[in-house]
Design a binder for this molecule. Structure first.
Ligand SMILES: Cc1cc2nc3c(=O)[nH]c(=O)nc-3n(C[C@H](O)[C@H](O)[C@H](O)COP(=O)(O)O)c2cc1C
Length: 255
């Protein structure tokens, strides 16, 4: 990755020395970038590289805080500074006492998880089924589909592909999942029973079409011993990073 970045950086160095016009960068973003309150991700690195290489943008870059040195152009110097920031965040994350564990079949919960990781710098672990869920498996209009059968039987425990090695180094565990028939998918129960959460703070969150989180919260709280379970949060698939940040800020955690 480092090598690739330096090759790209030197390749675009000449073209970028004079700088490209930026898509309407907000001054406040530049200030917060300069003061180090922005947490850059690999996606930001890719966005800025694509921009400098005049590749089509994968998302709207308007207002992105990519002018790290505050000179009002996005250029290779910003890319280098951003790379340093991303490396710094990776170091911080590895010391984190917080992990976001999640299952997501169609990407909605994963998107919320990515926001949460950006905001908190937490580590993450994705729960993947040993036998992956196909589209047919989650076709809930078919009463006989795998997901429906599993949700109809509280004793089913779908196997997890690569069980997490240990949660020992974490105090706080965010647990994210989609709502399936009003509850957490059974594979979440597999995860809960596979680890010791008796001294952890657990914070559930979910995405759903409209159902709330409370039934799954109750299920989680009664299935296994949990040190402290905080009230969870349901997000719509369309929830923004600001929505996630507002929720995180409201949590009674030592931050
Ligand atoms: C089998 C199945 C059952 C579902 N049941 C519900 C439900 O009871 N209530 C609801 O609001 N949404 C329900 N949904 C919609 C999902 O909760 C929603 O699309 C969620 O955001 C998917 O998250 P993911 O993309 O992380 O997998 C269901 C989806 C599936 C596949």
């Amino acid at each position: 990755m480092k090598k690739l970045l330096s090759i790209i950086a030197s390749g675009i160095m000449l073209a970028s020395l004079s700088g490209f016009d930026t898509p309407d960068t907000a001054d406040t973003d530049a200030v917060s970038a300069a003061t180090g309150t922005v947490r850059y991700t690999d996606d930001d690195l890719r966005n800025l590289q694509d921009f400098l290489l005049a590749r089509p943008a994968k998302e709207d870059l308007t207002g992105k805080p990519y002018d790290l040195n505050g000179d009002e152009v996005w250029d290779v110097f910003d890319l280098c500074l951003m790379r340093k920031e991303v490396e710094k965040s990776a170091d911080t994350a590895s010391d984190s006492d917080t992990i976001v564990v999640y299952f997501s079949r169609t990407g909605n919960t994963e998107k919320i998880t990515e926001y949460l990781i950006d905001i908190t710098g937490a580590d993450s672990y994705v729960i993947e089924a040993a036998v992956p869920y196909t589209d047919e498996d989650i076709a809930y209009n078919n009463s006989g589909c795998r997901a429906n059968k599993e949700q109809n039987d509280k004793t089913v425990r779908p196997e997890i592909a690569g069980p997490i090695a240990s949660l020992d180094s974490y105090d706080t565990v965010f647990l994210g999942y989609p709502i399936w028939w009003g509850e957490e998918p059974r594979i979440i129960d597999t995860f809960l029973e596979s680890c010791d959460l008796s001294e952890k703070t657990v914070i559930p969150f979910c995405t759903s079409g409209s159902s709330g989180i409370s039934t799954s919260e109750r299920n989680i709280g009664t299935l296994v011993p949990i040190g402290k379970q905080l009230t969870g949060k349901r997000f719509a698939a369309s929830a923004s990073k600001t929505d996630v940040e507002t929720w995180y800020d409201s949590l009674p955690l030592d931050k």
